[in-house]
Design a protein around this ligand. Structure first.
Ligand code: NAD
Ligand code: MN
Length: 497
């Protein structure tokens, strides 16, 4: 996809002009308070620039403007086919700026540059394009009415949407919200993570360039407890969509209840079970997928296959294959195109991940590999992919979301036991099973309380399929037409003829 070398990327990084201001009504603005914070790259420790630290005052300005823009009809009442054209242009512009966006993403949150290009930019543009393409193909309903009455069931945009997103896939998480929110005609305020504000700001600039009217897409960088909280408590935000941790998701429900009962849609954490049965069609493939499931995105993935459940009869044969596959994941400087495991998002998160490795030792799980910080000479924050074997499901490393490349391996004997262990979690985001037995695959898929279920593969999906969690992994779904539900109200209009 690109022939740029690490030196090329480094050169571009040096010449980067960082835009860290808020974007409200098509204009860059400093925070009302004038406050800023430093944006530090986890790749090598360099300071990338200053970011506006927005708070409640900025939220007020942005919400008022988003409301006025919505009411003006400039976007909300634009012909669907026109909105479609503009959104497709927006997706085209994301593609056209792929290298620039990828570089911002990698510098800001540490993921390998190759994946920023092939996964993050591509995934974000696909989400915007897919949603845009759908706009003029969706129909409302007519109820089953008697001949002298007409019941219309129509969808209307909710109005002002606040989208609070995390740092692990900053562009994609933003795009999963923006696609359906914009497609359905809403005005949106994005609150990116304080750890990864750069691409959201750049995306909003490109949206303007594509023709999305000023005030439709606004970005307020800043901290969760300041501007995030202000948006969640705001009396004039209609819908709050969120991706992030379960802890904050719960808090947002409280804020909604304390304020205007805004609709709250939550994509939260996970501790997904990847279950390998003795009759897996190919153990080598299963081992490679198990390594991918914990190494990809440095394990900073809501759907990370962080619990590997292995049938005891094959465990001695299987685990060396997993270790070998894991060692194949090249940890390196995030701007090196060969790197597959980049930097963790920041020093604080590295400390969290290392403390879970300590917890694994303390609980006497058996470490098979990894376990240490690495590449300190880069000035960045890198950790070795780590495997704990012979764990059991009550350990902290089996129950809590580590959000780093730390794999917890739990043996089992029977199918029932595997399902019980997998479901013994507060989370219900995803699970995978590996088996050649069709009935077992279907029965297990039904029994597992998760929103995404994979059979003989890990992490499949597309914009065409909904994504979200059961239990404390959240509610509602991103992606697919199901996502449009979050951004529309249903109106029943009954007419006497
Ligand atoms: P986080 O919950 O700490 O932060 C998410 C966002 O919420 C950030 O923008 C943050 O600033 C904001 N926030 C924090 N406190 C807030 C408050 N009091 N009020 C309002 N907003 C507040 O999560 P994170 O560390 O950024 O991301 C990692 C988490 O995201 C993991 O738990 C991961 O599983 C989850 N995640 C879930 C999905 C999914 O689709 N289910 C996808 C990606 C990540
Ligand atoms: Mn950052």
């Amino acid at each position: 996809m690109t022939t740029l070398t690490r030196a090329d990327w480094e050169q571009r990084a040096k010449n980067l002009q960082i835009e860290g201001r808020a974007l409200i009504h098509g204009e860059h603005r400093d925070a009302v308070s004038g406050q800023t914070f430093e944006c530090v790259s986890p790749v090598d420790g360099r300071i990338l620039g200053l970011i506006a630290s927005c708070d409640a005052a900025d939220a007020d300005v942005a919400v008022r403007d988003a409301r006025a823009t919505f009411e003006s009809g400039v976007w909300s009442r634009m012909k669907p086919v026109e909105r479609k054209k503009i959104m497709i242009r927006f997706a085209d512009l994301l593609d056209a700026h792929a290298e620039e966006l990828a570089l911002l993403e990698t510098l800001d949150m540490g993921k390998p540059i190759a994946f920023s290009l092939s996964v993050d930019v591509a995934g974000a543009s696909r989400a915007i394009r897919w949603s845009g393409e759908a706009i003029d193909k969706i129909y409302d309903e007519v109820a089953a009415t008697p001949h002298d009455e007409l019941g219309l069931v129509t969808r209307e945009p909710v109005g002002v949407v606040a989208a609070i997103v995390p740092w692990n896939f900053p562009m994609i998480m933003t795009a999963w919200k923006l696609g359906p929110a914009l497609a359905t005609g809403n005005s949106v305020i994005v609150k990116p993570s304080e750890k990864s504000p750069l691409t959201a700001i750049r995306m909003a600039e490109l949206a303007l360039e594509a023709g999305i009217p000023a005030g439709v897409l606004n970005v307020l960088p800043g901290f969760g407890h300041t501007v995030g909280k202000a948006l969640a408590l705001h009396m004039d935000v209609d819908t709050l969509v969120f991706t992030g941790s379960t802890k904050i998701a719960k808090q947002l429900m409280i804020y909604a209840g304390e304020s205007n009962m805004k609709r709250v849609w939550l994509e939260a954490g996970g501790k997904s079970a990847n279950i390998v049965f003795e009759d897996a069609p190919c153990l080598k493939e299963a081992a490679e997928a198990a390594a991918m499931a914990i190494c990809f995105n440095q394990g900073e993935m809501c759907t990370a296959g962080s619990r590997l459940l292995v049938q005891r009869s094959i465990k001695d044969q299987f685990m060396p294959m997993v270790v070998e596959a894991l060692k194949g994941w090249k940890v390196g400087h995030a701007l090196d195109p060969e790197t597959q495991v980049g930097a963790l998002v920041d020093q604080g998160h590295l400390n969290t991940v290392l403390s879970y490795i300590e917890a694994g030792h303390a609980d006497q799980a058996k470490m098979l590999c990894g376990g240490k910080r690495t590449l300190e000479e880069t000035g960045g924050v890198y950790v070795e992919p780590t495997i704990f074997d012979d764990a059991h499901n009550k350990m902290r490393i089996a129950q809590e979301e580590i959000f780093g490349p730390v794999l917890t391996v739990i043996p089992f004997d029977t199918t029932e036991e595997a399902i019980a262990i997998a479901n013994d979690s507060i989370f219900g985001l995803a699970a995978a099973i590996w088996t050649s037995n069709l009935s077992k695959a279907h029965l297990a898929a039904k029994a597992l309380r998760v929103g995404s279920m994979w059979v003989n593969q890990y992490d499949g999906g597309d914009m065409t399929a909904p994504f979200g969690g059961y239990k404390q992994s959240g509610n509602g779904r991103d992606k697919s037409l199901h996502a449009f539900d979050k951004y529309t109200e249903i109106k029943a209009t009954w007419i006497k003829l």
